[in-house]
Design a protein around this ligand. Sequence first.
Ligand code: SF4
Length: 336
Amino acid sequence: MMMSKTLQEQQMDWRKLADKSLAGEGISREEALEVLRADDDELLAIMDAAYRVRRQFYGNKVKLNLIINAKSGHCPEDCGYCSQSRVSDAPIEKYTMLEKDVLVDGARKAMEMQAGTYCIVASGRGPTPRELDQVVAAVEEIKATMPMKICACLGILSQEQANRLKQAGVDRYNHNLNTSEDHYSHITSTHTYADRVHTVDTAKQAGMSPCSGVIMGMGETDEQLVDVAFSLRELDADSIPVNFLNPIPGTPLGHLHDLDPRRCLKALAMFRFVCPTKEIRASGGREVNLGSLQPLALYAANSVFVGDYLTTDGQEATADHRMIADLGFEVERCAL
Ligand code: SF4
């Protein structure tokens, strides 16, 4: 009797938290920490509360994004999670920037998979003039022939480069904060957290929609995960990819296995409460870390990637489409 009263009170608390998030007051850091640290038996109540917020702003629509790895490997940076870095021994395919026609073909594939956004992602610290020319040419052709939103992710940009991408038709620019400011130097030494914030600001300045997110499971504390959620709120990122570390053998973080599906779900809910109106994407590492609980992610997140990730496989697009239909949700078609 006592137990069920306590549980009911706890459920009421999560609903109140949802109300607070919906009212635009923003939840506090302490409340965000409570979400991450809640008992597993409160998980469904938390997801129910997160769904109330998600439904308010996104209904039951799911946005799909497709990534193309436009340039693979050969990166001089040392991001500890990345198989393309100079410090990785992971046996990946390495190639220079794909030709324009290949990039354009990728957008057609994105349309076939019902993706509304095509993400052109290239390894490296930032694009060379030739690489930028190739991306610009591909973007111009895609925008002239297909109803597709384009997100570019090419590393650190100058203002001139950002302006050029915007003029070519790039809708959104992705540059993840990845982790909190005070954990950043444990992950990467060749550029700083401030460099990343600056690039997001540069993209905003050019008029592109800012996309910036995290990779959880890189040894961060609960407080650090909450910190980066609040930093992304401050940065006013329109789109927040929440990645779950897929520890790739041969990378410096290849030994970390800190995540379980319940923690991933609580983190998605926490991001939804902190950034209620934003596009939250259950991103890289979803299949590996959420496993059979993947569908629950969509009660907090309103977007996923279809197809493969940069150097790791995703599940078949048909499995994603089936998961969305089974939930009674719908793929959001590109409105352009
Ligand atoms: S995340 Fe990007 S910048 Fe960092 S090593 Fe990988 S490709 Fe290079």
